[in-house]
Design a protein around this ligand. Structure first.
Ligand SMILES: [Zn+2]
Length: 66
């Protein structure tokens, strides 16, 4: 077990997509679910610019693509 550091417990988490820090909003620091792009969490910017787009594309592919 790696020793938990102050930063790993209380510091910002890293976005799995852009590797930036996930912004802490009202004490919630987990950001957004980064799937289906990557497994893990991502920041607000990546969620709205990349993840939501990919989900819409998936939806379109599965439902509309005959
Ligand atoms: Zn990001």
């Amino acid at each position: 077990m790696p020793k938990k550091t102050f930063l790993s417990m209380y510091g910002p988490r890293k976005c799995k997509i852009c590797k930036g820090n996930i912004e802490i909003v009202n004490g919630y620091r987990d950001g957004h679910n980064a799937e289906p792009i990557v497994k893990g969490r991502c920041c607000d910017a990546c969620n709205s610019s990349i993840v939501i787009g990919a989900r819409l594309y998936d939806l379109f592919k599965n439902n509309g693509g005959k």
